[in-house]
Design a binder for this molecule. Structure first.
Ligand code: SF4
Ligand code: SF4
Length: 308
């Protein structure tokens, strides 16, 4: 955090987050985490139930396919735009349905914030959150990590995936994606998915904090570009913030919580924010809330109706 960014709110007494003692208080703190798990497992269950138990809606498969290409009720096509981009640069001509599916998915995530996929849908997020929880429990700090990488490494890997796709004629990241492997394993029960997930768990827990999602994943990097135009943002109330820094400690992408930028924009503007809600849940001053970009005015208090 820059010195300039630490001025506003400095005169106010600094309180820090304390986990409530009551069950209701704890559930309130964990509300976004619980909601994210319900969505993640709900999506997985919809795929699984359609595949194995024939779940349907109006006589049509509920959610058929996988994270790369799927359809809802055989009526709404969905496709991973990053996978589609790789196939296009690899020289493959794609069916109109796939292109429409990519456009639908892109539009949906542009609305809710690109990296909502990371925090709310991607099955690997459960693994990396578990690794972060273990680190916290064991007291493993950033200084204990044997590896340092710049977070922008993922953008280099995104570019590399496109270059290799163009050179090889195949969608390069899709061939090695641990996310796709894990999803396939969870659906079909065979493959290298659990091995890949274990490797990422160990990487995040013991080698590099937020190693996969925060430094290496090219799919997360792709969604970060989309997140720049996301319409659901974390609004920031500069007047009430005491700069306690508790939000930075829980954030999986701590660079996005730059108080100077947040005060100027009235929100966490970075596309790298995953809209996970952790910062909102623990802020002792309720200075953060979910709100629509269109309702946020730079330098103003969050509009009433934002979700805290
Ligand atoms: S926004 Fe962050 S730094 Fe400001 S009061 Fe809330 S938790 Fe503390
Ligand atoms: S700024 Fe808040 S919502 Fe965004 S990634 Fe960090 S903790 Fe999650």
């Amino acid at each position: 955090m820059s010195a300039a960014s630490a001025t506003s709110g400095a005169a106010r007494a600094v309180r820090h987050f304390e986990m409530p003692r009551t069950i209701a208080g704890r559930l309130r703190v964990l509300r976004f985490t619980i909601a994210r798990r319900l969505v993640q497992f709900g999506v997985l269950l919809a795929f699984f139930g359609t595949l194995h138990w024939g779940w349907s809606v109006f006589g049509r498969p509920l959610l058929a396919g996988n994270l790369s290409a799927a359809s809802v009720a055989a009526a709404v096509p969905l496709a991973d735009p990053f996978a589609v981009l790789q196939m296009l640069v690899a020289g493959h001509w794609l069916a109109t349905e796939v292109l429409v599916g990519a456009a639908v998915t892109l539009a949906a995530y542009a609305l809710v914030g690109g990296r909502v996929f990371c925090a709310w849908v991607c099955p690997m997020n459960v693994v990396t959150d578990a690794a972060f929880w273990l680190r916290s429990r064991l007291g493993i700090g950033l200084g204990d990590d044997p590896l340092r990488l710049p977070p922008r490494t993922r953008y280099g890997l995104l570019g590399l995936a496109l270059v290799v796709s163009a050179a090889s004629g195949v969608a390069a990241f899709e061939w090695v994606s641990p996310i796709a492997m894990l999803h396939r394993e969870l659906l079909f029960g065979a493959g290298l998915g659990l091995t890949a997930a274990l490797g990422i768990f160990l990487l995040d827990a013991l080698v590099l904090r937020h190693g996969w999602c925060g430094h290496l994943c090219p799919l997360g990097a792709f969604w970060a570009f989309v997140g720049r135009v996301g319409q659901v943002k974390v609004a920031f109330d500069d007047a009430s913030c005491t700069r306690c820094g508790d939000c930075v400690k829980v954030c999986p992408e701590p660079r996005v919580l730059h108080f100077g930028h947040a005060a100027a924009n009235g929100m966490i503007a970075s596309g790298e924010c995953t809209n996970c809600g952790r910062c909102i849940a623990i802020c002792p001053e309720s200075s953060l809330s979910f709100d629509l970009r269109a309702r946020i005015r730079p330098g103003a208090q969050p509009t009433s109706g934002g979700t805290r």
